[in-house]
Design a protein. Structure first.
Length: 440
């Protein structure tokens, strides 16, 4: 192809309106039509992107105007090169974001749409309303910060009469209806405490995505959707994140899967070698690695198995004697002394940090984080400011080691999750998205 691909943002007035199922169905329907579709996800979500990749047959990347500077956003947007079309899934409601701006904005889906020049398709859950759905769409279209509205997708349509009532009012207000999806309880995706059950854990995911693709194909005007796609044009080349080491042993299984693809892509482009291993399969990290990195995930669901993984734990401890080990969120919890599961059972972890966490004592920790390092972290010197996101339900029972960083939320308020460091070992509850540079 010669022209830069146009795109659409699948957004909604609120969470739970069906953005992800609509996005997955549309990705697969367009792929089945023979198009190369590049998926993106607004904001800090590493679960939805895995589903996108399976639906589109092409890796999905996050775009985040709060955490990323323009150069990194440009680099990520270049992943659309070679595609026929971009489909980007929004987060929460279209205008939802932080109360104070970050690197490029507040992280809203509307900002992503405006930056990239992609019109919005508003997914509306019309259950329990008819003509009022058009009023909602009109309000979103006339918001002072509104990106162009390509049209709406009606979700949970109760029947033919219901569809006609909504369509007539949309037509009166000059709002295109691009799809009307009947109510289907059998096409929902299973969820757990941090969102959707991971793609790797879904036993019949390919069959479900195939059904979603057929469902959207049968009830959407795909030609109109393709015709509505627009773009701001090709971005500058941009700059990818640099790797924290040359040879990185990366834990990768259903207990350690939360890592942003743009980080892995940056490491790969810089020539770093990623050496995956599975703690759940009791595999030790490669002893030749310069760094062991434990991403976040669901160790609280596999604590007994991890505690019994002696090959993994022994290899981790040996590595930490001479070379760096870093853990994020779930990985940080595994580096600690103990993890208390939902039943109240305490499981011995690696003991490389004094951290003790409890999933029995649950409290939601959610939001963007800006962390200024007070100690070194692999690839980053003290004084470096990092941007990331925290999302977990575990409580800290003990955190006796020296802090890794001074951490604040998106509004600049201090948070207690400072991370920890001891010897060659470091960890934090926030997931790194981007490096800001020296703190000011």
């Amino acid at each position: 192809m010669t022209a830069w691909p146009g795109g659409l943002v699948i957004a909604a007035p609120n969470s739970g309106a069906g953005k992800t199922t609509v996005t997955l169905g549309l990705l697969r329907a367009l792929r089945d039509r023979g198009l190369v579709v590049q998926p993106f996800k607004n904001g800090p979500d590493y679960i939805d992107t895995a589903f996108h990749g399976l639906a589109a047959g092409r890796p999905s990347f996050n775009l985040d105007s709060w955490a990323m500077d323009q150069s990194l956003m440009d680099a990520v947007r270049h992943q659309a090169d070679g595609a026929d079309l971009v489909i980007a899934e929004g987060s929460m409601g279209l205008y939802d974001g932080t109360s104070k701006p970050g690197r490029r904005g507040r992280g809203s889906s509307a900002e992503m749409a405006r930056i990239c020049g992609w019109p919005v398709v508003l997914a509306l859950n019309v259950e329990g309303q008819a003509q009022s759905a058009a009023a909602v769409a009109l309000g979103f279209a006339r918001h002072p910060d509104a990106p162009p509205l390509a049209g709406v997708i009606l979700n949970n349509v109760a029947g033919a009469r219901h569809e006609v009532m909504v369509r007539e009012e949309m037509a009166r207000l000059d709002i295109p209806v691009l799809a009307a999806l009947p109510r289907r309880s059998d096409l929902s995706l299973p969820e757990r405490h941090l969102g959707l059950v991971q793609a790797d854990e879904h036993p019949r995911l390919e069959a479900l995505i195939a059904r979603l693709g057929a469902f959207v194909r049968d009830h959407a005007d795909l030609a109109a959707l393709i015709g509505a796609a627009r773009s701001a044009g090709p971005p500058p080349a941009g700059a990818w994140p640099l790797p924290p080491a040359q040879r990185i042993a990366l834990a990768r299984d259903v207990a350690f899967s939360f890592v942003y693809r743009h980080l892995l892509e940056g490491w790969r482009r810089a020539g770093a070698e990623v050496l995956p291993f599975s703690p759940l399969d009791d595999q030790a990290p490669d002893p030749s690695a310069d760094l062991v990195w434990l991403p976040g995930g669901y160790p609280e669901l596999h604590a007994g198995r991890l505690a019994a993984a002696e090959t993994f734990l022994s290899g981790l401890r040996r590595h930490a004697q001479t070379k760096p080990v870093h853990g994020e969120c779930g990985g940080y919890m595994v580096l600690g002394e103990a993890l208390v599961d939902a039943s109240g059972t305490s499981h011995r972890m690696a003991g490389l940090l004094g951290l003790v966490t409890s999933y029995q004592v649950r409290r939601l920790h959610l939001g963007y984080r800006r962390a200024t390092l007070v100690a070194p972290m692999p690839g980053h010197a003290p004084g470096t400011a990092l941007r990331g996101h925290e999302f977990h339900y575990s409580s800290i029972l003990a955190q006796p080691d020296a802090p890794l960083a001074r951490a604040t939320d998106a509004s600049g308020n201090p948070v207690q999750e400072t991370g920890s460091t001891r010897g060659h070992v470091s960890g934090s509850f926030f997931h790194l998205i981007a490096t800001e540079g020296a703190a000011t």
